[in-house]
Write a new protein. Sequence first.
Length: 500
Amino acid sequence: MLTRGKVILFYPAYDGPPLGAPLCLLALASTLRRANFDVVVIDAAIEPDYRTHIECEAVDALCIGISVLTGPMIKGAIEIAAAIKSVHPWLPIIFGGWHPTLLPDETLSEPFVDVVVRGQGEITIVEVAEALLAKRSLDGIAGVSWKSRGQRKHNVDRPVEPLDALPVPAFDLTDFDAYEKLSGARKIGYATSVGCPYACNYCTDMVFYKRRFNALSAERVVSEMTDLVTRYRIQEVALLDSNFPVNLGRALDIARGILASGVKFRWTFQASTDFLCRMSEDEVRLLGNSGVSHMGFGTESTSESVLKLMNKRHQRVNEMYETARKANLAGIRVTFNLIFGYPGETEADRSITFQTMSDIARQFPNVSFSPNIFTPYPGIPIWPQLRELGVPEPHGLQEWMDMPLGANMLPWLKGKELERLERMVEYFLLNSQFCRQTARLSRLRRAVKFLIQTPIRWRLRSSQSFFPWELWLARLSERLALRRSLVTGEDLPKLPAGAC
């Protein structure tokens, strides 16, 4: 059967090894192919000469769609869009994804962007492609921002489509061998749901999905995941859900279904501790038995005042302990994400977080931590407050591109204050690493561990960061042992330049 036209979908490069094929583009490809369009998916992560590939495909393409996340990923989007416009000025260029959805007017103001697809794009992209094919106006297509005679127009939002009404993403377009070669593992990203019911002030999810939880049925999830694992020899499935166990019954049905299928693979997800704590010990063990190997939690802080500022009233410190305990019983690794430098946070607040999380690390060796400096992403609810506090707000794709992920844009966290925080984070990470060490140590290593760990614990209790001889010793260990700790035998966290 002849196709109706070709649509190019491009995913720019981003920092770090790829998790797998970009699920967002595979989802768009699926609905476009169902409407009989030819689709070419190009991922910069696995195609060194992606620009040449795109330029060749663009000769007879109907349009090119580019998915964009905030940060350095924008660079590749600008490069390709500008290059294509210079060679094929007639070819419509469509931007979609998180960043264009959060800042549609700003994105559309760029001369190389013709259309912005906002929010859920599976149906919108098909309607746009059909309009372009028929040379019709985009007026009336919900979820679209576009240019008409030099004027930027923003159509009404598109009603959210239930995920069960959408087809399976086009995983058959994926070169699994190429991703495995880059990452060293055969794994994929997969989403069983989108959205989270909470309204954390720093989170873009609540703006993008408007706190709606939209999920596939448990039966479909089990069928699709086990089929993907079997068909493509997948070792690990990383769920991209914002908060997987919002519907506890559904989450447990998925685990039961995977276990009953007999298909063996690892799977991971993100959650909030309150949902995990509503599960019994046996139910968390069920997760582990079904293959769950890791869970990530946005714990952020253990200071009640900071949690209140973040609008995380659902987050309770005792539930962090309980989450770690139940996961440990089930043999599941856990990462607690932490945010430092949030507006209104004091050094006393940070000290509370360091002490509490250090106590969790001491009790539960399955827990690791990912500390970050607060990053103000576009569209988050507290931007009015941030502007009043003097946070520089990027304007335009170029300025957002120049903002590295995790960059410190906070005027209240500079100089000695920032240096002290960086040192305390390194003390905390080093202490946590010691707590996770379970291998039998030599007498000398036990002595060295005691020599370093005892003063580090004192520093975390008293918030003292002067004369960081422990970090100097850690750096010496790093140099002598090729970044393997003389004390623990584990990889050391890389210390930031100037932290000591």
